[in-house]
Design a binder for this molecule. Structure first.
Ligand code: GRF
Length: 204
């Protein structure tokens, strides 16, 4: 059983998928703390409904981003989390968090990295006209969107798709893939070497 801290900035559908997976027993983890970069997002309501402690920051807290990340890191350390899970967190993760959780921060990106980095991964892939896009879960390091990739899943864009239907397909894949990857972490099956990951068999 691993302990998770989940960082959000919005509706928190990935947070919900993670919490649901823990409740169903599909994910051997417990969400100990939800941190939001915004005070009024629905993801915070989801956390409260699940009985998970929350920490909400606001724009003013990020005037000095290093101080904000130091406060977040302190709260996550206090909650004794093993992994920090970015789930729609719209802020850069900086040195205080990276140092407190080296190779212990993961992010989900709604495109197949290294393509379509940044905040508009779904829109950018659709506008480019690629025929296959997808979802990436990766470790977070100081190189934005460039940490070691843990898992990817493809999503085909067919002729009937518009941006809205593509968003739905991507989110549906995210909600399956993120809990699966966290379960790999819970089983200790993910190792990193030379900026790439290896998914091995557990010897436990
Ligand atoms: C997801 O598409 C995720 O890939 C991206 O932000 C979105 C978060 O959605 N990083 P939600 O808040 O989990 O609903």
């Amino acid at each position: 059983m691993i302990k998770l801290g989940v960082l959000i900035s919005g509706s928190g559908t990935n947070l919900q998928a993670i919490v649901d997976a823990t409740q169903k027993g599909a994910l051997s983890a417990r969400v100990e703390l939800v941190v939001s970069s915004k005070p009024d997002v629905f993801g915070l309501d989801r956390a409260k409904a699940a009985g998970i402690p929350t920490l909400a920051l606001c724009k003013e807290d990020y005037v000095d981003p290093l101080t904000a990340d130091a406060a977040i890191a302190r709260a996550l350390v206090e909650a004794e989390v093993d992994y920090v899970v970015l789930a729609g967190y719209m802020r850069m993760v900086r040195e205080p968090l990276l140092t407190a959780f080296p190779n212990r921060i993961v992010n989900i990106h709604p495109a197949l990295l290294p393509s379509f980095v940044g905040a508009q991964g779904i829109e950018d892939a659709f506008a480019y006209g690629v025929k296959v896009t997808g979802v990436t879960v990766h470790f977070v390091n100081e190189d934005y969107d460039k940490g070691p990739i843990i898992a990817q899943r493809a999503v085909v864009i067919d002729e009937a798709d518009n941006l809205e239907s593509l968003e739905e397909k991507i989110h549906a894949v995210e909600h399956v893939l993120y809990p699966e990857v966290l379960q790999l972490l819970a089983e200790g099956r993910v190792s990193i070497a030379n900026n790439t990951t290896c998914i091995g068999n557990t010897n436990r």
